[in-house]
Design a protein around this ligand. Structure first.
Ligand code: FES
Length: 122
């Protein structure tokens, strides 16, 4: 069984994310902040397609105004939260860690550049 899969870096940049198979596992590679990250497309909750169908959004936080009311604020860093489409678990895109419980994470896939290609390995 193949333990590596090559994909075009330009194709990932054009699509934003690309689903492929590595070692028989569904994997999604993301164009992220000038580089690439990839994870097995299986949510650690109940196996949902978190990477291929999950939504990407900024991290919403809050600041208190002068009256002590919370004011919604988007934290810097752009779209860096990946939300599972099945039950809404949210993961940091940069490292696959579950925001609400850092003991849980997506299974990371190694990504290296080779010329114009990315080499994904499990
Ligand atoms: S399967 Fe992803 S949150 Fe439940």
């Amino acid at each position: 069984m193949e333990t590596q899969t090559r994909v075009s870096a330009a194709e990932v940049r054009e699509e934003g994310r690309l689903r492929v198979t590595v070692s028989g596992q569904p994997v999604v590679v993301f164009d992220f902040q000038g580089g690439f990250v990839a994870y097995v497309d299986v949510c650690p909750h109940q196996g949902g397609p978190v990477c291929s169908d999950g939504s990407l959004h900024p991290f919403l936080t809050a600041e208190l105004d002068e009256a002590g009311r919370a004011v919604d604020t988007w934290a810097p860093g752009g779209e860096r939260v990946l939300a599972c489409p099945w039950h809404g678990w949210e993961f940091w895109l940069e490292d696959g860690v579950l925001i609400a419980d850092p003991t849980k994470r997506l299974r990371r896939v190694s990504v290296t550049m080779d010329g114009d290609d990315l080499v994904l390995a499990l």
